[in-house]
Design a protein around this ligand. Structure first.
Ligand code: URA
Ligand code: ZN
Length: 381
């Protein structure tokens, strides 16, 4: 029997070249360098309302040894690492193009030099970057996709929600979806911008509202727009992995389907009921709660019910175990470190405990979410 592996599909880094670029900047996003008591005290400023002075940032963001130490401390066998937000979003097109190419080579090296887990498996694989910025040419995006597809340790790309400036429902992205689909690269969709900060009021709630709500709302909106634009109809083999268990899309998908049904502009546009598309997506299991994971797997499993356009009124129990096959463990490392130093990070332990306690998932489903599903999705092992 194959060994049960623990695989982290949601784990970030800033490659040294990228961190250096952030250090050289004088406006956000940037890394502010200073020292405290004679030691480096670098601060990361990437979001609106960073805590005063920025978030502490250090080798855990760029040093491969730190990533491996973290993996060892939590029993993680293999990680599929991705650059952290805001990627290349803020750069002029020519700079973004050059840097994407260099960072993809850097990440390939970072992974290919990592320790081996078995004769055919390394401990680190990666998601590359496309220069998704306004005014980039389609050719440059397709070329970057081709570059990544030739780097054997890169198994996908991470992208934000802006596309080339107009979001992910922009027809200009069709050649990019086509190239990604053809190359079999997994697209990890990850938020950065949140929603209009006016929604957060004027109380000092730190980073809680933008991270807990703004991030998942952003993913929800971007994925919904992509579905409404027919991207999943035109590119049926495109494999999209949604951060943070798809934000609030699973919870809102029946409301979405109903709103579509009642809208004369949209009603005839999609090939399927909106809920069907959720069965085509992949969801990380970074939700921190057992009930949420069970619910997401129900919604994924339920998608089948809409295969033939049958209506939601045919309520039969869904096979929660089936839905688990599209869910994959993640940590969001190095974000969400414990406030007091501990051997294991609470954010990781909570996500593992949540997987372990989902009612209706047997040992095979839990092992799938912990790692088996990732090995299949990324064709590893
Ligand atoms: N904060 C970020 O800026 N990015 C993440 O991925 C998680 C927390
Ligand atoms: Zn993340």
């Amino acid at each position: 029997m194959a060994l049960a592996r623990l695989v982290d599909v949601h784990t970030h880094l800033y490659l040294p070249r990228y961190a250096q670029m952030l250090r050289s900047r004088t406006s956000v996003p940037r890394i502010l360098t200073s020292t405290r008591d004679g030691k480096p005290d670098d601060r990361l400023l990437i979001l609106d309302h960073e805590p005063s002075g920025g978030r502490p940032v250090g080798p855990q963001y760029w040093d491969r040894e730190e990533k491996l130490k973290f993996m060892n401390a939590h029993g993680i066998d293999l990680s599929v690492v991705s650059s952290a937000n805001p990627w290349l979003d803020f750069l002029p097109a020519s700079e973004a193009k050059t840097l994407a190419s260099q960072l993809n080579e850097d990440l390939e090296q970072y992974c290919s030099d990592s320790p081996s887990l078995s004769p055919s498996l390394k401990r680190l694989y990666g998601f590359g970057l496309l220069p998704l910025v306004p005014e980039i040419s389609t050719d440059a995006l397709v070329e970057a996709t081709e570059q990544i597809s030739k780097l054997s340790h890169l198994k996908g790309i991470i992208m934000g929600t802006r596309g080339v400036g107009k979001g992910l429902d922009d027809e200009a992205l069709d050649p990019v979806w086509a190239a990604l689909e053809k190359a079999g690269l997994v697209v990890f969709l990850h938020p950065h911008y949140g929603v209009d900060e006016k929604a957060w009021g004027d109380k000092n709630n730190g980073h809680v509202l933008p991270l807990a709500l703004g991030f998942p709302f952003e993913t929800t909106i971007a994925t919904t727009r992509l579905i409404l634009a027919g991207v999943l109809d035109r590119f049926p083999s495109l494999r999209l992995l949604l951060a943070h268990s798809g934000g609030t899309l699973p919870q809102l998908s029946s409301r979405l389907a109903s709103c579509i049904d009642h809208d004369p502009v949209v009603a005839s546009r999609l090939k399927h009921d909106a809920r069907w598309y959720l069965g085509k997506l992949y969801f990380d299991a970074v939700a921190y709660g057992t009930e949420e994971l069970g619910f997401v797997s129900d919604v994924i499993a339920r998608a089948e019910r809409f295969e033939t356009g049958s209506s939601a009124s045919t309520v039969t129990p869904v096979d929660r175990a089936l839905g688990s096959r599209r869910m994959l463990f993640g940590t969001d490392h190095p974000f969400f470190p414990p406030l007091q130093s501990t051997e294991k990070w609470r954010s990781v332990v909570e996500n593992l405990q949540a997987i372990d306690a989902v009612a209706g998932w047997g040992q095979a489903e839990k092992e799938g979410v912990r790692g088996g599903n990732a090995l299949s999705l990324f064709n590893l092992g």
